[in-house]
Ligand binder design. Structure first.
Ligand code: SAH
Length: 560
């Protein structure tokens, strides 16, 4: 099972069972019906659509409801049997576990695990599995079946009474109840060699091969494996020199070939690099590629290390539905989460296996360097900002830290900035369209810039008749500056100019006010407020639901 399962529940009566299943799969998320369930990790409104969406995404599904409901919901979406996620129905009280789909994706194994967790017996109905105690077509992690269609015929033969013998190392079959006989003509063959499976053979490849490649030579890999007579399915991972860690071509080729990439230093050549990473491997040297064949499946996590990732993400203003999907996905795969405590809490909840590092809001450079140290070790790190990370937030701090560093390991980190809905955009959307024409975004904080430059910019922006969006408009340490700022603005704007004040937009207790520049006093504003000062063309009119719409037309007087 590669992806975390979704546990889908319809009512509060299933929550306890769902949580027990979640203990077995800590990465699983509980999806609850909105309005009916509380305490879930995610909420949905349409059961059928949600189930189908998850199924089509390849997410293993554990639905706590009648098997019939699941069958009806997925009927229209059922596709190719060889390529579907496990789907199980579990009785609300945990008394029955019914594997429904995904036999080749390990549904029976999951059914056993869940049944064990719930103290019951799974309803396994697969003949081969019942007879032999294992699904021969779904070997455990570390092994890959060479040919599924051929394998199905092979299992039918065994079910019809043919005896079998095992050639090679198949430790998981030691417990199985196979009709074994040394004289059998049917063979389960476990090995790395590339060979066509014969009619009487179930061919299984152990993932016991690590290919060391020189940077830029990954494209040679298929040919090198072929020359060496190694089945591509035996490849556990590719090991490359860590100096090539940031090489875009290398990553692209690895993706095209569908191989996992790991990295290690190779000061004394590829062969030594592979030998050090996979002790006991037999080495086959090809041009630009050294193939290491280990005696047993290789645990990829123990081979060299992976490229670390650092994502600087924007949560948006606060409401979960305003967070972009890429940010949600990044948070789900994060190993370390860094940020100011308030924002980190907003980004949660986190799983027990995720490490949360909360810091003070002002320790930005320290936080950025800490993030790089973790990512350079190969970890998957997320730095959290509210709104957009590039707007008066962590993205620039992270780049400043990288720019100042001459540590090559920091520069090789997979660094990504994932955008969010910035406070000015979230506030503007609620007020109407005050940013519908040219506007200017400023922070009024003089922590990192002199107040004189703020006044100068305010003066020029106000003179240029730009709509003004003020971040950090006021704070306890700077109580008087907003008043001074407004004096500058008033030199160029009329008193009836609309001003939008959005406080805690997208968060509990949010407030939105539209006042005039004349009415505006600093007491209406605090550090959780976004201030949008209109231009000469910004106007308001009543909305049917109460209050006003504020907008700035797209045109400007004098346009042709
Ligand atoms: N990166 C953030 C801005 C950080 S600066 C973003 O893109 O939104 C912090 C300032 O942003 C606050 O002082 C306040 O002026 C504004 N702000 C942030 N979140 C807000 C929200 N939910 N509602 C109103 N203003 C907000």
């Amino acid at each position: 099972m590669h992806r975390a399962p979704a546990i889908v529940i319809l009512g509060p009566g299933s929550l306890a069972t769902a949580q027990r299943i979640q203990q077995r799969y800590p990465q699983a998320r509980i999806h609850g019906l909105a309005g009916r369930v509380q305490g879930a990790d995610a909420y949905y409104t349409a059961f059928g659509d949600t189930l189908r969406g998850l199924y089509e995404d390849g997410t293993p599904l554990i639905a706590l409801c009648a098997a019939g409901i699941v069958i009806r919901s997925l009927a229209g979406a059922l596709g190719d049997k060889d390529d579907e996620p496990p789907v199980l129905a579990v009785a609300e009280d945990g008394s029955a576990v019914v594997p429904l789909l995904g036999g080749l994706a390990g549904v029976n194994r999951m059914a056993r695990e869940i049944a064990e967790q719930l103290g019951t017996t799974p309803a396994i109905t697969t003949s081969g599995e019942l007879r032999f105690g294992t699904c021969l077509l779904n070997p455990p992690a570390g092994y890959a079946l060479a040919d599924l269609e051929q394998g199905k015929r092979f299992v039918s033969d065994l079910l019809a009474g043919e005896p079998v013998r095992i050639a090679g190392e198949a430790p998981w079959l030691m417990q199985a109840q196979l009709p074994a006989s040394d004289a059998a003509t049917r063979t389960i063959h476990v090995g790395c060699e590339a060979r066509p499976a014969s009619r009487d053979e179930l061919l299984i490849h152990p993932r016991s091969v690590v290919a060391g490649v020189a940077g830029g030579r990954l494209a040679n890999l298929p040919e090198a494996l072929q020359q060496a007579g190694i089945a591509p399915l035996s490849l556990a991972c590719v090991l490359a020199d860590e100096q090539a860690m940031a090489d875009a071509d290398l990553h692209q080729t690895a993706q095209a070939l569908g191989v996992a990439l790991r990295f290690a230093p190779s000061p004394t050549g590829l062969a030594n690099m592979v030998a050090a990473a996979v002790p006991g491997a037999r080495l086959i040297e090809q041009p630009g590629v050294v193939i290491g064949v280990a005696p047993a499946p290789v645990d990829v996590a123990g081979v060299g290390r992976r490229r670390g990732r650092l994502a600087v993400i924007g949560l948006g203003p606060g409401a979960a539905e305003l967070m972009v999907p890429a940010v949600k996905a990044e948070l789900a795969q994060a190993e370390d989460v860094l940020g100011y405590e308030t924002y980190v809490r907003m980004a949660g909840p986190f799983r027990d296996d995720q490490v949360v590092h909360c810091t003070d809001n002002r320790e930005e450079m320290q936080r950025a360097r800490h993030a790089f140290r973790l990512a350079a070790e190969g970890r998957s790190v997320v730095v959290v900002s509210s709104g957009d990370p590039g707007v008066f937030a962590m993205a620039a701090a992270v780049l400043e830290a990288l720019h100042a560093s001459d540590d090559p390991a920091w520069h090789r980190v997979d660094l990504q900035m994932l955008p969010g809905v910035s406070a000015c955009l979230a506030t503007a959307a609620q007020a109407g369209a005050p940013l519908g024409h040219d506007f200017c975004v400023m922070s009024l904080s003089d922590n990192l810039k002199p107040w004189s430059i703020i006044e100068k910019r305010l003066d020029l922006a106000a003179q240029a008749d730009l709509v003004l969006a003020f971040y950090n408009p006021i704070s306890k340490a700077r109580p008087h500056q907003l008043g001074t700022a407004l004096e500058v603005v008033r030199r160029h704007r009329e008193g009836r100019t609309p001003v939008v004040l959005g406080r805690d937009i997208g968060r509990p207790g949010q407030t939105l006010r539209v006042v005039t520049l004349d009415e505006l006093v600093p007491e209406m504003v605090d550090m959780r407020t976004m201030v949008l000062v209109g231009s000469s063309t910004t106007c308001v009119f009543p909305r049917a639901s109460g209050g006003v719409w504020a907008y700035t037309p797209r045109w400007y007087p004098g346009a042709g």
